[in-house]
Write a protein that binds this ligand. Structure first.
Ligand SMILES: [Zn+2]
Length: 273
């Protein structure tokens, strides 16, 4: 079951679809995408995302604050603080995971402490709620692994999303029970090293994602990305691993359902819009 395991539905460019999110999702469904995980990255848009996922049965949700949110100064939390907000948000019926959280030292070093504090809180709440955590990591390999090891719940684990690091980091993540999610970056011409990582990571540990609206795969590079383009990511993995496209869709879909514990969560009584 082809699944876009990471998309930001509140940030898609819907202009080709007359501002109709349902039409963008239909375009993906027409290409065989059967499930979507919509990733929350701020407090402001979260109520809108709850609204979407309550109405559309093949869209699941996560709750979190993106590490880059801290780069422009302190983030304002509601009265109950980050932990309180996350705990509440994490118990929403359609929420299957905590994040996007993590560490990104690429642009700013001023925010390192705030990012780390937030990451630790996400890991703790995820552990408490027994939900997997969606982790963003860039230029922060050692700290990411260290904090997961120290504060993460290896039982509920999580995913290193939009993976662009090396094999050593992938291995450390898998040793902590994490899955590795690949995005359209693996289709980029110069991504040789990353494709070598794809080759080595067992298909049983891989998820596929778009990270839309960002990072459109070849041949859509430079355009706004959307969930339908997860097909190109799955195709690329099939090519690298020398297995069939169907096998990649099937296995990564199973991996997704296992990680996010979807059994029993399929909501039959809800209708697609
Ligand atoms: Zn993301």
């Amino acid at each position: 079951m082809l699944t876009d395991s990471h998309c930001h539905l509140d940030r898609l460019d819907l202009s080709p679809y007359n501002d109709d999110l349902g039409a963008a999702l239909n375009a993906a469904r027409e290409r065989g995408v059967e499930r979507f995980l919509c990733i929350g990255i701020d407090i402001k848009n979260f109520p809108y995302l709850i609204d979407i996922t309550k109405k559309i049965s093949d869209v699941y949700l996560t709750a979190g604050i993106h590490p880059m949110e801290f780069n422009d100064g302190p983030v304002e939390f509601p009265e109950e603080g980050l932990a309180g907000w996350l705990e509440q948000a994490g118990q929403t019926e359609t929420v299957v995971g905590i994040g996007e959280t993590g560490l990104d030292y690429y642009y700013s070093s001023d925010a390192i402490e705030a990012q780390q504090q937030s990451f630790v809180t996400h890991l703790q709440v995820a552990g408490k709620l027994n939900k997997p955590v969606v982790v963003h990591t860039r230029d922060a390999r050692d700290d990411t692994i260290r904090l997961i090891r120290e504060y993460g719940n290896l039982d509920s684990a999580g995913v290193l999303h939009c993976f662009t690091e090396d094999w050593e980091m992938a291995k450390k993540g898998m040793d902590l029970n994490f899955y590795i999610s690949f995005s359209g970056i693996i289709t980029f011409k110069n991504a040789h090293t990353l494709r070598e990582v794809v080759e080595k990571v067992p298909l049983e540990r891989i998820l596929v994602e778009t990270d839309s609206p960002w990072l459109a795969p070849v041949p859509y590079r430079g355009k706004s990305n959307e969930p339908k383009n997860v097909v190109e990511v799955a195709r690329c993995i099939a090519e690298i691993k020398g297995v069939s496209y169907e096998q990649v869709c099937e296995q990564t879909g199973q991996n997704f359902a296992r990680l996010f514990r979807l059994r029993g969560l399929e909501r039959e009584n809800r209708q697609n819009v």
